[in-house]
Design a protein around this ligand. Structure first.
Ligand code: SF4
Length: 244
């Protein structure tokens, strides 16, 4: 088996084990792709709850995306202030709307659904403030394309499992995982959300709780830690050093 096949096989095992632990999820496409994109922009560096509040306020303040585009920057900033980085996010949203109008003549991104996924990624990430994660989240959850968005949890867990060297940049991790990801968008979404949950609840940045992890038997980090400390408790901090 070559390296890619090995990784594909490992990812399948990860998917099966996490599905057993966390259970199946319902996959439904998000409505209104443009709104979904802006919600994802608002969610950068904050919680989903706060992004929800900012998004609701944005929709309450302006009757349409056309009104958002035509508004003064300060009005958009005021509407989304609760989610932080309001200046930057307001600029991203307004510049994106201006670009849409200029290039496509309409405030809709439905055309992305007909583009090959890699071209759609390129089109989206050519906009300032839209990174590869935001673009991949949109393509997966609003258009049902089998791409694999990588956030900070997925990046960390992927390094520990051995898909990429630990510390690899997120867009490189996304490239590597997208090449071996499941073919269906529903399976991609399940795996994506399950790894994030694992990262939040078990595979913490500083002290992964390997003994209770469903991936322990197939994890490179856990294997190395156990080899270094065969009779001790699981290594719980980066570098496999035990706490005093
Ligand atoms: S075994 Fe440990 S390091 Fe590996 S994925 Fe699970 S919690 Fe993270």
């Amino acid at each position: 088996m070559d390296r890619m096949e090995n990784h594909r096989h490992l990812l399948e095992q990860v998917g099966r084990r996490l599905l057993r632990r966390f259970g199946p999820r319902q996959f439904t496409l998000r409505e209104e792709p443009l709104g979904s994109l802006f919600w994802t922009v608002l969610s950068q560096n904050t919680t989903d709850l706060t992004a929800d509040r900012a998004y609701r306020q944005l929709r309450r303040t302006f009757r349409s995306w056309r009104d958002v585009r035509a508004a003064r920057r300060g009005e958009v900033e005021a509407a989304i202030r609760v989610c932080g980085l309001a200046q930057q996010k307001a600029r991203t949203i307004q510049e994106f709307l201006e670009r849409l109008e200029r290039e496509r003549g309409a405030l809709s991104i439905a055309f992305l659904g007909k583009m090959p996924a890699d071209q759609a990624m390129d089109w989206l990430t050519a906009s300032r403030g839209i990174g590869t994660k935001t673009a991949a989240v949109l393509l997966l959850f609003a258009f049902g394309r089998p791409v694999f968005p990588v956030d900070t949890h997925i990046r960390r867990v992927s390094g520990r499992l051995g898909f990429v060297p630990e510390g690899t940049a997120a867009d490189k991790v996304q490239e590597a995982l997208s090449a071996i990801a499941p073919e269906s968008a529903a399976d991609c979404a399940q795996l994506h959300l399950d790894i994030i949950r694992l990262g939040r609840e078990i595979c913490h940045p500083r002290r992964p709780e390997c003994p209770k992890c469903p991936l322990r038997a197939i994890c490179r980090h856990a294997r190395v830690a156990e080899a270094l400390h065969p009779s001790g408790r699981e290594s719980t901090i980066r570098g496999h050093r035990r706490r005093p």
